[in-house]
Design a protein around this ligand. Structure first.
Ligand code: TYD
Length: 147
């Protein structure tokens, strides 16, 4: 497994799709997630989202300083990110891809399949104060950081 540099949260907010190489053999597939091997931050918290109703969307908040790696272990969902000037949309449907989110980014999750399981690794413990839940407030924070 090759190595990745450890990164600091991007103050402006950035998104990239990381390829996660499986160690497969004729028994099946296995992916290991390790800090500085394929995860560019120190992993402090892991949570997963599952049994999500297919008629609802989640998220609708930004984090100010967090780094996250989002992996769709099963099923699919549409993941929207917004850095205040550009929106990106990623259809997550493979456990071999991780969406790396860093810094100030608005995020929304839509169109969950009934079997969707999203695994999220983060570099911080849960901190409600890191959340920005008001979109207008997020836009003004993004504007300030880009000034
Ligand atoms: P929330 O952030 O609202 O979920 P989403 O933004 O994905 O729709 O989280 C739902 C609840 O879970 C909320 O009461 C906060 C709590 N929670 C924790 O206690 N720890 C965590 O690490 C996370 C992500 C959420």
């Amino acid at each position: 497994m090759c190595s990745v540099n450890l990164l600091q949260p991007d103050p402006m907010g950035s998104v990239s799709l990381l390829q996660l190489d499986p160690m497969g053999d004729d028994r099946g597939s296995l992916i290991a997630l390790e800090t500085s091997k394929n995860v560019p931050f120190n992993i402090k918290r892991v949570y997963y989202i599952y049994d999500t109703r297919t008629d609802i969307a989640r998220g609708f908040h930004a984090h100010q300083h967090l780094q996250q790696l989002v992996i769709c272990l099963k099923g699919a969902c549409r993941f929207i990110t917004d850095d205040g000037s550009e929106k990106q949309e990623h259809w997550l449907d493979s456990p071999e891809q991780g969406l790396f989110l860093s810094g100030l980014l608005w995020r929304e999750m839509h169109d969950f399949s009934a079997d969707c399981v999203l695994l999220i690794l983060t570099d911080q413990l849960y901190d409600p104060n890191d959340y920005v839940r008001d979109y207008e407030q997020f836009l003004s924070m993004a504007k300030q950081r880009n000034a």
